[in-house]
Design a protein around this ligand. Structure first.
Ligand code: GUN
Length: 303
């Protein structure tokens, strides 16, 4: 069996097209565009690259976008004041503080200072609580889990009554996606099991999964023999396992990325599978754009 490839890069284009149309309509009718402020502290190359991709996507969609870059030695109070400045700015509907922050800054304190109604990352405890309650209460689902659920839905995979197994229990992916898959409604109604480093027999649980979502950050953790024939496999792992010359510029080195699942073998067993790269990755920024648009829609009473 060769699995259906669930390509995040294609689904992203579909969703960005939908968002772009809505932005135009709202601009015409209400004279406003979504505004996204991204705060980047320091010069970490990976963070710089993520933030510039977010800004580029926002720009292409016609958003107002602000990239506020601050030096590594910014004080916690200065950062809190900056967050407050964007909390008060009516033209900004989404605020994102890129993680990780330097060690001298308490990231929890900074994230908790973001107005929950502008927290398009969905990391604020108020939004975590809203997600837990589910249904109409949810305002900003965290971007990677939202992207995963959207891919499963758009790939036509039945979630209702499915055995869903989540590998990993992080606050950013494992815990929220487990919660989202169990909720009533579209893309939910699954029977969910979460496995983690202390699970006695991970293989046993993975083998039962109709939908297997792997977010462990361990390259090749899930072996092909752990996958049930015909299962839907979502690989969230993006592990840098080495470097290779870039195709565009052979003098430049780019990272070699591997997922948490042995893709080549798994695709012969699974019914549907996401590749790495080009699977879950492109969906995260897409969902950030959707959350930012929705933030404006909430404000305008359109949601
Ligand atoms: N750093 C890596 N991923 C993310 C993300 O999704 N949001 C924020 N704020 N920081 C990140």
């Amino acid at each position: 069996m060769t699995a259906q490839l669930i390509k995040g890069s294609e689904i992203r284009e579909e969703i960005l097209g939908e968002i772009g149309k809505e932005v135009e309509q709202i601009k015409e009718k209400h004279g406003q565009v979504p505004g996204l402020a991204t705060i980047l502290v320091g010069e970490d190359p990976a963070s710089q690259s993520y933030v510039s991709l977010k800004m580029k996507t926002a720009h292409q969609l016609g958003y107002k976008e602000i990239q506020d870059t601050r030096s590594e030695d910014i004080s916690e109070q200065e950062l809190l004041d900056l967050v407050e400045q964007y909390n008060k700015d009516d033209s900004i509907h989404g605020i994102l503080v890129q993680l990780p922050l330097p060690d001298h800054i308490n990231d929890k304190r900074v994230l908790n200072a973001i107005d929950p109604d502008k927290d398009v990352d969905g990391f604020h405890p108020v939004n975590v609580g809203r997600l837990m309650i589910g249904g109409d209460e949810v305002k900003f689902p965290p971007c990677t889990p939202a992207g995963i659920q959207e891919m499963i839905i758009r790939a036509g995979v039945e979630t209702s009554g499915a055995e869903t197994v989540v590998v990993g229990r992080s606050n950013i992916v494992g815990k929220p996606i487990a919660n989202m898959m169990v909720q009533k409604g579209r893309g939910g109604n699954s029977t969910v099991t979460v496995v983690h480093t202390r699970t006695k027999d991970m293989e046993f649980h993975c083998k039962r999964a109709d939908i297997l979502i792997v977010a462990a950050g361990v390259p090749g953790l899930v072996k092909p023999e752990w996958i049930k024939e015909g299962a839907c496999v979502i690989d969230v792992g993006v592990n840098r396992v080495g470097e290779k010359p870039s195709k565009k510029d052979p003098n430049k080195m780019v990272p070699i990325l591997r997922g948490d699942v042995d893709f080549d073998a798994a695709k012969e067993i699974a019914g549907a599978i996401t590749p790495v790269p080009g699977g879950v990755g492109p969906m995260t920024i897409t969902m950030l754009m959707r959350n930012t648009l929705n933030s404006l829609k909430y404000k305008l009473g359109l949601m």
